[in-house]
Design a protein around this ligand. Structure first.
Ligand SMILES: N=c1c2ncn([C@@H]3O[C@H](COP(=O)(O)OP(=O)(O)OP(=O)(O)O)[C@@H](O)[C@H]3O)c2ncn1[C@@H]1O[C@H](COP(=O)(O)O)[C@@H](O)[C@H]1O
Length: 100
């Protein structure tokens, strides 16, 4: 993924990068570190809790910039969890669409 990726393709690109890290486990990759952590999936679950708390605190402080940054961290870690559990972005889209 690079800075030229159209904004409406960012989530697909990000999920595709996560899936590729899961398959190839390159060194020097934070995503690889999540997939191979000694705590297993518990580590990414902890990160989701932390990032959600940080997003809540930013919202309470009315810090829009921080809220966006923490929300991006939260979404990234949530996508890693979905990938870990064998779910796809398409599954998430379907779940959301079925609530219309
Ligand atoms: N979107 C993200 C992303 N969002 C957040 N993070 C990482 O999530 C971590 C957030 O945790 P914290 O805020 O607690 O910061 P930290 O203290 O460094 O983290 P810990 O040591 O506590 O784990 C940071 O290390 C961020 O770098 C991300 N890491 C990667 N990506 C995307 O994933 C792609 C692949 O990254 P690599 O797997 O590193 O190649 C990148 O190109 C990005 O597009």
């Amino acid at each position: 993924m690079d800075a030229d990726t159209p904004a409406d393709e960012v989530l697909d690109e990000l999920f595709s990068t996560i899936e590729s890290r899961k398959a190839e486990l390159p060194e020097d990759s934070y995503t690889t570190a999540l997939f191979t952590h000694e705590k297993g999936e518990n580590y990414v679950l902890e990160k989701i809790g932390e990032e959600a708390t940080e997003a809540i605190l930013a919202a309470k402080d009315d810090d829009r910039e921080e809220l966006l940054a923490e929300s991006a961290d939260l979404v990234y870690h949530l996508l890693v969890l979905l990938s870990m559990k064998g779910a796809s972005l398409e599954d998430l889209r379907t779940e959301l669409r079925d609530r219309f």
